[in-house]
Design a protein around this ligand. Structure first.
Ligand SMILES: Cc1cc2nc3c(=O)[nH]c(=O)nc-3n(C[C@H](O)[C@H](O)[C@H](O)COP(=O)(O)O)c2cc1C
Length: 184
């Protein structure tokens, strides 16, 4: 296999070498005003306790709300709502929620709403924030999780297909996880 040099600037990657799961981060501010924003730089960082991180921006409503209230929810995006999610940046705040038809329901364990259109949710409590390069990383402990019951009724081999998770690849290009293969 012959290798050639590749850019170190992620913006030039085609194909992307680090795809990210597309999620909606739902939050509310102290006055209970809700907000929903897509993110794809997100990963688990700890099993015990279960902690995830996502990389955002200091000025955004999402991060401001999380710092104000200490909590947020992660809502997994499937291909049935992917077009809407990629278009949602045309609006902000409540207008974004209304124009996109995001249905909000209360979280079970945190004071952040869940986006009911999504098939799975992780409710998180803020543990810390960290500035890393141009990024602003939010760490959250997962305190509750929920998933569409039909997925859990399906046989193991169909569950990923039903979750149908959308992955951000590069600007204007996305993927989806609709196939799973059992490893030995
Ligand atoms: C598919 C997708 C993935 C995104 N991923 C991220 C991300 O990982 N980090 C980030 O800071 N912004 C990301 N953005 C951009 C934010 O969603 C955007 O800045 C948004 O307007 C922030 O909204 P807010 O001010 O309501 O929080 C992404 C946008 C899209 C459409």
């Amino acid at each position: 296999m012959n290798k050639i040099f590749y850019p170190i600037d992620k913006r030039q990657w085609s194909p992307s070498l680090i795809p990210g799961p597309v999620v909606l981060i739902s939050t509310a501010n102290k006055s209970k005003e809700p907000n929903v924003a897509p993110k794809s730089w997100i990963s688990m960082v700890s099993f015990e306790p279960p902690i995830l991180m996502f990389s955002g921006s200091k000025e955004n409503t999402t991060e401001n709300n999380i710092i104000e209230t200490g909590c947020f929810a992660v809502n997994l995006v499937d291909s049935s709502i992917a077009d809407t999610v990629f278009r949602c940046l045309n609006w902000h705040g409540r207008e974004r929620i209304e124009k996109c038809g995001f249905e909000l329901v209360p979280g079970s364990a945190v004071d952040a709403p869940l986006v009911d259109n999504c098939r799975a949710h992780l409710e998180c409590r803020l543990t810390e924030t960290k500035e890393v390069g141009s990024g602003y990383v939010i760490f959250g402990q997962i305190v509750a999780a929920s998933i569409w019951d039909e997925i859990m009724k399906a046989e193991l081999g169909r569950r990923y297909k039903m979750l149908d998770q959308v992955m951000f690849l590069e600007d204007g290009v996305r993927g989806r996880i609709d196939t799973s293969v059992k490893t030995d």
